[in-house]
Design a protein around this ligand. Structure first.
Ligand code: DGL
Length: 261
């Protein structure tokens, strides 16, 4: 048993989707969430830059004595997960677009992967396509500007519906019946996508990733004692006030905040 906190990070609010599931699955764990809003968005940045940020964040989270880090960002996982695992002495749980479950559940055998350019261009995703892509026709859909819309609080709006219609329309018209939410920000666009494309099945890996983190904690004897005092600490590299507002809108009550460049 280990009462140290679990670190979670993303470029902004996207990783809160994973955090929410993690808190539900492990309500006695203390969590520290790092939102790298000063460097948002990661999606269009070169992999080397996202890797550098991921390393800086891991160093900062380790100063908070975290026992495990969830990389709650597909783009950062694509750029850095293997190097992070080699460089730091704690386990990392990362994410990759859910092509495998999508290919298994699609009836048309035609799936669309909605993700950032960084994720779609990375080796991690290329390996997943190699392994599972033969089971389906895969259309990559880069979500230009979609994470920005979510980060600005624009989900669940006519503007969001327009944006998802423009992004996904061609793939759905070409027969895709399953859409993979390959960026944690897109979790918050699920209702907009369903409103536009009611027949489409969405694949969201935020819950399985949270479950995997709980499993790793148990396997390694790192889970918190049942009477542990759980709390949520937030570190924001950009403006903490606007991040606090966004979190409140999304139903979170953060403990402390700290601005870190
Ligand atoms: N939430 C991040 C992901 O899962 C990316 C958002 C961004 O572009 O910063 O890929």
């Amino acid at each position: 048993m280990d009462s140290r906190p679990v670190g979670v990070f993303d470029s902004g609010v996207g990783g809160l989707s994973v955090l929410r599931h993690f808190q539900q699955l492990a309500p006695n764990e203390h969590t520290v969430y790092f939102a790298d809003t000063a460097f948002f968005p990661y999606g269009p940045r070169p992999a080397a830059e996202v890797r550098k940020r991921s390393f800086a964040i891991a160093h900062r989270l380790l100063r908070s004595d975290v026992k495990l880090i969830i990389v709650a960002c597909n783009t950062a996982s694509a750029a850095a997960i293997a190097d992070l695992r080699e460089a730091f002495p704690v386990p990392f749980v990362g994410m990759v677009p859910g092509l495998k479950p999508a290919a298994q559940s699609s009836r048309s055998g035609n799936v669309a992967i909605l993700a950032t350019p960084g994720t779609l261009g990375g080796d991690l995703y290329a390996r997943v396509v190699d392994e599972f892509g033969r089971a389906a026709k895969v259309t990559n859909v880069p979500g230009h500007g979609l994470a920005d819309l979510v980060e600005a609080g624009g989900a669940n709006s006519p503007q969001a519906r327009d944006a998802v219609r423009r992004a996904l329309g061609p793939a759905v018209e070409a027969g895709a019946d399953t859409v993979v939410l390959g960026c944690t920000h897109y979790h918050f666009l699920a209702d907009d996508i369903t409103a536009e494309f009611p027949a489409v099945t969405l694949v969201d890996t935020s819950e399985p990733v949270a479950r995997r983190a709980v499993q790793v904690l148990r396997e390694q004897g790192l889970d918190a004692p049942p009477d542990n005092q759980a709390r949520l600490d937030i570190i924001v590299s950009g403006d903490p006030a606007s991040f606090r507002q966004r979190m409140t809108e999304l139903g979170f009550a953060p403990g402390i905040e700290e601005a870190l460049a």
